[in-house]
Design a protein around this ligand. Structure first.
Ligand SMILES: O=C(O)[C@@](O)(COP(=O)(O)O)[C@H](O)[C@H](O)COP(=O)(O)O
Ligand SMILES: [Mg+2]
Length: 389
């Protein structure tokens, strides 16, 4: 069985020649022939399937991989090749992991599990990010979270840079937030998820996730590219049994340039190691976008694949009520609309900001033009006045 990798390649030399160099470098070869290589090439040598019009397809024998070792898998399909001379561009566009999938369990919690926990079935989830992203005390963080939950939101997450800093210790923050969410649930009649960011070094991350579980967390968050895919895998293998919100901070260094790894590949690996939600970009928002990569990543997270549970795409980055339609027209309801500034920046505060997002979703469901719908919905009208339409 072969693991097939597809690359976009631009080089000075003929593509066929460059493809052979990449296949050699990433399997059993190097820049010159080594006699002993002939003995292992037959079994482990990568083969160039095709090299034309900037696309290089290479088959790697499944035996070259340690199946459950994502760091090793990446070292093969996305390792030294990026450093080879004479290249103008090299991007790993796709990998067919089929021969390795039997070694992965995928998400422990998928779209339906999260919907069941929240009791929300007929609309997108609406979430927020604690803002300002860092600097608040545990007490202030919990107050912001309480407002968000009283606004009816489904998910509150720490920001990607907030972990266990001295100004906001994780355990104190988590306990304070969960206490406020319990109180808010009594008022609004539905639970709210809090994705506490347990991102830490390899020596600590599983222990930190276990501690979060002990303290009553109902979701955890991991910055998968800075912590590593295997961190999410280890948390799931440890049986902590919590849904995992996956942030992709640092992705731009990989996904945006001439040299890198596409977001669809990152989405596949995230579903394999067991994320529940993953940031994959917006069709309209503050971040740069590659529409075809968002389309592919969206489908990779949600469509049937190896009996893995489907994941929620997190639609985040400069989201506010006016951008709801532009995103839901492409995502439909199986996504999480996440707004930080777009909720906490509402002139009348977090609860009003949350309500304005709900009103924008209702308008989308009713296909009502936003300015029209705002005439009967105050919070939305205020948002339109502040951020324009
Ligand atoms: O820090 C931020 O910018 C956010 O919290 C959004 O805040 P706002 O809602 O205030 O913009 C998220 O980290 C980005 O969405 C990440 O980008 P992506 O989702 O593209 O990975
Ligand atoms: Mg953020």
């Amino acid at each position: 069985m072969m693991v097939r990798a597809t690359y976009h390649v631009e080089a000075e030399a003929p593509l066929e020649k460059v493809a052979k160099e990449i296949a050699a470098e990433q399997s059993t070869g190097t820049w010159t022939d080594v006699p002993a290589e002939r003995d292992v090439h037959e079994k482990l040598g990568a083969r160039v399937v095709s090299a034309k019009e900037g696309t290089v397809v290479i088959d790697f024998p499944a035996e070259i991989f340690e199946p459950v070792n994502v760091p090793q898998i990446l070292s093969v399909v996305a390792g030294n090749l990026f450093g080879l001379g004479g290249l103008k561009a090299l991007r790993l566009e796709d990998v067919d992991f089929t021969p390795l999938l039997k070694h992965y369990k995928g998400p422990r919690f998928g779209i339906q599990d999260v919907r069941k926990y929240l009791g929300v079935y007929d609309r997108p989830l609406i979430g927020t990010i604690i803002k300002p992203k860092v600097g608040l005390s545990p007490k202030r963080t919990a107050e912001v979270a309480e407002q968000a939950a009283l606004g009816g939101l489904d998910l509150i997450k720490d920001d990607e840079t907030l972990t266990d800093q001295a100004f906001c210790p994780l355990e104190e923050r988590l306990t304070a937030v969960m206490d406020k969410l319990d109180k808010a649930e009594a008022v609004v009649g539905k639970p709210c998820l809090y994705a506490v960011n347990v991102t830490a070094g390899a020596d600590k991350i599983v222990e930190r996730a276990e501690r979060a579980k002990e303290l009553g967390a109902n979701m955890i968050m991991v910055d998968i590219l800075t912590a590593g895919f295997s961190a999410v895998q280890a948390i799931n293998e440890a049986g902590i049994n919590l849904p995992i919100h996956v942030h992709r901070t640092m992705h731009g260094a990989l996904t945006r340039g001439a040299f890198g790894i596409s977001m669809p590949v990152i989405a596949k690996l995230t579903r394999m190691v067991g994320g529940t939600n993953l940031h994959i970009g917006t069709y309209s928002g503050k971040m740069e976008r590659n529409i075809s990569d968002i389309d592919r990543s969206r489908d990779i997270l949600r469509e049937p694949w190896n009996d893995f549970k489907p994941m929620f795409p997190a639609v985040s980055g400069g989201i506010y009520p006016q951008l709801v339609k532009a995103n839901l027209d492409h995502y439909g309801i199986d996504c999480i609309l996440q707004a930080g500034g777009g909720i906490h920046g509402h002139p009348e505060g977090t609860i009003a900001g949350a309500k304005a997002m709900f009103q924008a979703v209702e308008a989308w469901k009713k296909q009502a033009p936003l300015p029209e719908y705002a005439k009967a919905h105050h919070e939305l009208a205020v948002a339109l006045k502040k951020w324009g339409h």
